[in-house]
Write a protein that binds this ligand. Sequence first.
Ligand SMILES: [Zn+2]
Ligand SMILES: [Zn+2]
Length: 319
Amino acid sequence: MKPWFVVGLSCFAFFSTMSTATATEVGFKVTLLGTASPQARPTRFGPSTLVEAGGQTLLFDAGRGVPTRMGQLKIPLGKIDVLFITHYHSDHVSGIPDVWLTGWLGSPANRRKAPFHVIGPTGAKNLMTNLEKAYALDINIREVDEKLSPEAIALDVEEFAKDGVVYEKDGVKVIAFEVDHGDVIKPAYGYRIEYDGHAAVISGDTRYNQNVIKYGTGVDLLIHEVAIAKPELMSAPFAQAIIAHHTSPHDAGRVFTQAKPKLAAYTHLVFLSNEKVTEATLDDVLAQTRETYSGPLEIGEDLTSFEIGETVAVHRFKP
Ligand SMILES: [Zn+2]
Ligand SMILES: [Zn+2]
């Protein structure tokens, strides 16, 4: 899929004026690792977004396939400094044991050296403590057999229960804000990441929500979830229930029009179907967004990345 808008520098111009190493070490880059929802797809892995800022490597959610996508980027799992969790739906957390345990392995240079740092809303400690119990046998075996570091498989888990700064280090600030994923799907949060006078917002899973607009107003990059079903599917109770927990393209456009980000981008694309009604298309998503929003927009694919500076440069992954 071609981008509809490319804001700022082209890939060629960017790399001709700046080395990749410099961009990685001191820049601000957001990469969509997985852009799907629970349904497995060959081209879209589970929800996960990588943020590289000021030399730090931050992961937001860990759906299925994170190690594969990180491998394509040639970034070792052991380089992840912090994992942030938006909410506890399985598609957002099912990849955590893979990230945690596999990041402990590999060559000494690539392995995680410090405890696995997790920051999430209330529930993170319960999840991680129980994963530790579930994988105790593997951990014990590898500590004895491979002499792997007990410190680097240990957990450092922080929880929060309201909007506010949840992480601040060396000029990188992460702010959590509550979103509305439905009456019983709580807690559910989005994140705003600030670095070097710039900001990116990840909506998390949410319905149309004023808090996304509040924290997303004027940001460089606003990454939003979206869900769509053909009208003839909307008589099915399962479709009504799922759509009620997410944001339609029409409503996401309303969010973008009010927040006015430099660039809006979709991730976590929910396409519903059943035996009789096929999925809507990306063109449908675009057309329905354009009912309410005329600004810069990208429909994310796995490994679409955004270099944030004075402009936002979009790169589609080419192996
Ligand atoms: Zn989800
Ligand atoms: Zn969810």
